[in-house]
Design a protein around this ligand. Structure first.
Ligand code: ZN
Length: 309
């Protein structure tokens, strides 16, 4: 069993209206690939690119919510919406869980009602920024490097109240520390070790240790540039980042956040959903059975508050 904390299938389906979730071969995750593998739960991120004018961003995000419900949940008897630990544990053997997440709060502007609307629609993890800045905080690509605004702090309070995870992937360094002070459920859904690969999207040892101290989930991601700093990487590089986080004490934190369909690069050995079973075998050859279970799904699960709202 595997839980994958991040992918951008919704964005691809929005950008390419001719593609079908059922079987479009261009998708790293489609129904046919997913149905045949051991991935139990897939998180699907709403991600609005910054090329969308700001007055259309909320609408665009809602279009992706509709894609999620119309193309992923509704057509398939065996795909269930999951919003809690209990939902995931209740999945039958033949069933898969789909969880809705949000990558970047630029679509809400300064409007808390828009955030709450996403939460009522089932969003269970919220990345505060993408690479650039917004009303909540700056992202890693924003030179100013600002932490949380007053509005951003209110946002985290709302996420705490709604038992929703605050995702620090893409967030500025200062924003990271502000979240660690305030968030009840911090996670990094798709980020690697900066010590191994010095990329601005990765987390340094101090950040990783702060997450580990809170047993917060850290999803290692299969983006070549974040694994090796080049356009080439293999599943062995993914395992190296997992091992690094484990060795920092992250046995109860480290997990998987692929970023499938969010990046153009391929990681040899774990190029798409169809390779998850062989990747799981690689993990089993490297780590103990108990640790593999934690990496593959348990660490994500224990970050999900059982209570729903
Ligand atoms: Zn991302």
């Amino acid at each position: 069993m595997i839980i994958d904390a991040h992918c951008d299938v919704l964005y691809q389906l929005w950008k390419n209206p001719d593609w079908r979730f059922q079987d479009s071969p261009e998708l790293r995750i489609n129904y046919e690939k997913w149905a045949g593998n051991t991935v139990k739960v897939q998180c699907f991120a709403i991600f609005v690119p910054d090329t969308v004018p700001s007055d259309l961003q909320f609408h665009t995000a809602l279009e992706m919510v509709n894609i999620f419900y119309e193309q992923i949940i509704a057509p398939y008897e065996n795909i269930k919406l999951v919003t809690s630990k209990e939902d995931i544990l209740a999945l039958k053997d033949n069933e898969k869980g789909a969880m809705l997440t949000l990558e970047g709060l630029h679509p809400i502007g300064h409007d808390m009602i828009k955030l709450k609307t996403f939460l009522h629609l089932g969003v269970k993890a919220v990345g505060l920024t993408w690479n650039n800045g917004n009303a909540v905080a700056d992202g890693v690509g924003e030179e100013r490097g600002a932490g949380l605004s007053t509005f951003g702090k209110q946002v985290v309070e709302v996420l705490n109240t709604y038992n929703v995870m605050t995702d620090v992937s893409h967030l500025s360094y200062q924003g990271f520390w502000d979240v660690m002070d305030l968030a009840k459920y911090p996670i990094a859904s798709h980020s690697n070790s900066r010590k191994i690969c010095s990329h601005v999207r990765n987390l340094d040892d101090k950040q990783l240790k702060a997450l580990i101290k809170k047993k917060a989930f850290i999803g290692v991601t299969y983006v070549p540039e974040f694994l090796t700093g080049t356009k080439e990487a293999t599943s062995k590089d993914v395992i190296q980042h997992i091992e690094k986080i484990y060795k920092l004490g992250g046995e109860d934190s480290v997990g998987l956040g692929s970023d499938f369909d969010g990046t153009s690069g391929f990681v040899e050995g774990i190029e798409d959903h169809a390779q998850y079973d062989s990747f799981l075998q690689e993990l089993k050859a490297r780590f103990s059975k108990e640790l593999v279970e934690k990496i593959a799904w348990k660490n994500f699960l224990h970050n999900l508050e059982a209570k729903t709202y």
